[in-house]
Write a protein that binds this ligand. Structure first.
Ligand SMILES: Cc1ncc(COP(=O)(O)O)c(C=O)c1O
Length: 385
């Protein structure tokens, strides 16, 4: 047996990946598992990348990212979400939001620290916390519409608590916080010295209202690290471009981790990102419109099936309660795949709090979605019958 890092040994491959791999052996299945928009990357972005290759702009860039890109990022997110950050000292270009989360959490955490994670949660948070020797503490949001409240937050804070991760809109539930809810959370955070990691990767796929960042509320900026990226807003999952927005002192530490993990994000992807930031302000709009319609279809269909669903306000996921089927999440997802040729992700991939649910991604063509929901409806009826 090799003597490897015991923390790494303990980590599991994400349940999303495991199930997606299983789905590959069912070529006729309709897959509602995918966590990426079904649109291609916008043409103007692809053209910018091709030009970067042709022109030989293929060398290392500054660790923090191309200055022109950081400038464009600062303007884009200031205009869209009132995030006011200095491009030279407060913004980093990372290899996707995944990498941004990694360097943010590792910059903050020491062994023994605790990080609050409202759950069910995206599976990318817990492992990074553990790798830093810190401990994730899940906040059960199931009876609060999948949102952390000031009361549930306060109930989990102790002297070891270092930070809280807040995603809005969230994966896997699609719920998003209103300005009022964020403002109440800000009131609860103000007397503490906690940091907040704000995962805002789905902010352009927010249906209900204009996305609000907690970092823009009074006295929140100095404790916030905002995570953004182009995977979802510009359908650029494979390009691996993310951003961090944080006060200069925190950013100066994060850049060391960035340097020693990746040196810099891909130069070609950075030129593509520059095009997205300069000329792609409306790129997310058609996706948002389509996913809003898909959301309505999914919510109506699931309710007709008799499954309880908290209406998603953004992203492209629905997270229905499937306990009335009498099956566990794994069993439900496996049987649905084998018997009805529809693939969804078992809820326990999103922490133990996800047991009893499944995640459907509706980032797909409406016809495909309709067919998948009809098959699922017949399957659910059979389970009950
Ligand atoms: C909530 C959330 N955060 C972060 C990420 C990672 O995004 P990226 O592709 O930019 O690494 C995802 C991807 O699915 C996500 O759902």
């Amino acid at each position: 047996m090799y003597k490897l890092n015991p923390i790494t040994r303990e980590l599991q491959i994400s349940g999303i990946r495991k199930f997606t791999d299983l789905v590959a052996s069912y070529p006729d299945a309709i897959s509602l598992t995918i966590g990426q928009p079904h649109w291609p990357t916008p043409e103007h972005v692809r053209r910018a990348a091709a030009a970067a290759i042709e022109d030989g702009r293929t060398t290392y860039t500054p660790n923090r990212g191309l200055p022109a890109l950081r400038q464009a990022v600062a303007m884009y997110y200031s205009d869209k979400f009132q995030l006011e950050y200095h491009p030279e000292t407060e913004i980093l270009v990372t290899a996707g939001a995944t990498h941004a989360l990694d360097i943010s959490l590792r910059t903050l955490l020491q062994p023994g620290d605790e990080v609050l994670i409202p759950g069910p949660a995206y599976p990318g948070y817990e492992p990074v916390v553990r790798l830093a020797g810190a401990n994730p503490v899940l906040i059960d949001t199931r009876s609060d519409g999948f949102k952390v409240t000031p009361a549930s937050f306060k109930a989990h804070v102790n002297e070891r608590t270092k930070a809280i991760v807040l995603a809005s809109p969230a994966n896997p539930t699609g719920v998003a916080y209103t300005r009022e809810e964020l403002s109440e959370l800000a009131d609860a955070l103000r007397p503490t010295n906690l940091y907040v990691i704000l995962d805002e990767i789905y902010s352009e796929l927010h249906f209900a209202e204009q996305h609000v960042s907690l970092a823009t509320l009074p006295d929140m900026r100095h404790r916030s690290i905002v995570i953004h990226g182009l995977s979802k807003s510009h359908s650029m999952t494979g390009w691996r471009i993310g951003f961090t927005f944080a006060p200069a002192e925190i950013t100066a530490e994060m850049v060391k981790l960035l340097q020693y993990s990746i040196t810099c994000a891909s130069s070609i992807s950075q030129y593509a990102a520059l095009a997205a930031m300069e000329d792609g302000r409306h790129d997310a709009k058609p996706m948002r419109e389509q996913y809003r319609q898909n959301r309505d279809l999914v919510v109506e269909s699931l309710r007709q099936m008799g499954l309880h669903i908290v209406e998603p306000q953004g992203a492209f996921y629905a997270f229905p309660d499937i306990t009335s089927s009498g099956k566990s999440s794994q069993q439900f997802a496996t049987d649905l795949l084998q018997e009805a040729n529809v693939a969804v992700i078992p809820g326990d991939a999103f922490s133990a709090l996800g047991e009893g649910y499944v995640r459907l991604s509706y980032a797909c063509e409406p016809d495909k979605l309709r067919e998948a929901l009809e098959r699922m409806g017949r399957f659910v009826a059979r389970c009950r019958g």
